[in-house]
Design a protein around this ligand. Structure first.
Ligand code: SF4
Length: 432
């Protein structure tokens, strides 16, 4: 154990769940005596936490590992962890990488490093999170998924659904809020399934109440809710719990009944319409984020028109959009009537254009209003950036704030003075 501490360099790709997994990797390495570095050329241990969800993500993961390999120092160890090695066995076909650690085996990293004399054994109760550098933090409630949507490779990568324990989640939440995190963002493949693998009712409302009691927490946000599992008691909590934002991310993927059935989404158009009108009846100012896939096999012009009309009618606040990506091993991979790539691209741009207009019109209606903003960063020119309660991190727009004395983590009241298609511009409200 001569040149210690050993240094690690970590690159995280993919979704917020990977970001949380990377934190657990870092926390384990730090408690095993490693120190982080931003310079890959001086790192002893190089990790890429990969994504294997769709083809573009796989290409990015491989390209990233190759570029890290090009810049590594002699004697360093290059490890690919995360979803790509969980989906494909890559030993023997990717020699630049020294060790593959699928997402389910991350806890084998430190024992492996201890085995080669690079680390002291890390004790089991080492923290799973690293000291936060942002005023918001993701809280992973579960992993894996049993929904088996026909286009999705996640069940092939992450396996069956399992909820994390209350104790684990609450101790992470306390750790983050004790270290000045103000907003907790609840994530999982399907957050509305939380607890349903160990009880007959979702434990999400009970967890929300427990999290609501944590000092320092200001905002709680639900992402990745499944429309077929968004129950009355979760909606009731959304409408009544102070710290729980009146915001929900509700991926719908499509609205045409034939397509929904082929996607195995467990809900039809009638069900979706009833859910949304029920949500809006219970919580009139609810902010809705959703996700759609265009170009799914068999999608006709008429089906797409139906989706377009639905978005025109419902007016989502935020919308994520994907073109269907055929994924080997998924049931949809063998479906006939693939949609031509140019047609899929055209539909993608058409829906995006519509949503741009809807989003701009909605944000224009916020001009002149006062809103509470969580400051994330301070720009050089007295302009801070942050997010209002209706803007989720990393996926929705941001709010610029003309302020001279705010700092990251501050929650300040602002007046919205201008709206862009996605971002807002504001000034601090004068005291008194
Ligand atoms: S809910 Fe469907 S799309 Fe989401 S992770 Fe599960 S199988 Fe995939």
């Amino acid at each position: 154990m001569s040149d210690f501490p050993k240094k690690y360099y970590l690159e995280t790709l993919g979704c917020p769940k990977n970001e949380v997994d990377s934190e657990a990797l870092e926390a384990g390495l730090i408690s095993a005596g490693f120190a982080g570095t931003d310079d890959v050329g001086s790192a002893d241990l190089i990790l890429v936490n990969s994504c294997g969800f769709v083809n573009d993500a796989r290409v990015e993961s491989i390209d990233t590992a190759l570029s890290l390999h090009m810049n590594r120092k002699k004697g360093s160890l290059l490890v690919m962890c995360g979803c790509l090695p969980a989906r494909y066995s890559m030993e023997g076909i990717f020699d630049e990488v020294d060790l593959f650690l699928p997402s389910g085996d991350h806890d084998k990293l430190v024992p492996y490093l201890a085995g080669i004399g690079w680390a002291k054994k890390s004790d089991a109760d080492s923290p799973k999170r690293i000291k936060p550098t942002s005023p918001f933090g993701y809280l992973k409630l579960s992993d894996g998924c049993d929904n088996r949507c026909s286009y999705c490779a996640i069940p092939l990568i992450k396996g069956p659904f399992y909820s994390r324990s209350f104790e684990e989640i609450l101790s992470e939440a306390e750790y983050l809020c004790n270290n000045s995190v103000k907003e907790l963002v609840l994530i999982g493949q399907d957050t509305t399934m939380f607890g349903l693998d160990r009880s007959d009712r979702s434990e999400l409302p009970r967890l929300i109440d427990r999290l609501g009691g944590i000092n320092g927490l200001e905002w709680l946000r639900i992402m990745y809710a499944h429309p077929a599992h968004l129950t009355e008691d979760i909606i009731e909590a959304l409408g009544t719990r102070d710290k729980l934002l009146k915001y929900i991310d509700l991926p719908l993927q499509h609205v045409n009944d034939v397509i929904l059935r082929k996607m195995n989404r467990k809900i039809d158009k009638r069900g979706i319409l009833d859910l949304i009108s029920g949500l809006r009846a219970a919580i009139p100012d609810i902010v809705l984020r959703t996700t759609f896939i265009v170009g799914f096999p068999g999608e006709t012009d008429g089906d797409f028109r139906e989706l377009l009309d639905f978005c025109e009618e419902v007016q989502f606040d935020n919308l994520g959009l994907f073109k269907y990506s055929p994924e080997e091993g998924t049931p949809a991979f063998n479906l006939k009537d693939r949609v031509d790539a140019n047609i899929a691209e055209e539909r993608y741009l058409t829906l995006l254009d519509l949503q741009n207009k809807i989003s701009k019109a909605k944000l224009d209606r916020r001009v002149g209003k006062s809103e509470r903003v969580l400051i994330q960063e301070i720009g050089g020119n007295g302009i801070a950036t942050g997010r209002a309660w209706f803007q989720a991190p990393e996926v929705d727009g941001i709010t610029y704030v003309a302020t001279l004395d705010a700092k990251p983590g501050d929650m300040i009241d602002v007046r919205i003075i201008r709206a862009g298609p996605y971002d807002l511009y504001s000034e601090t409200l004068q005291e008194g």
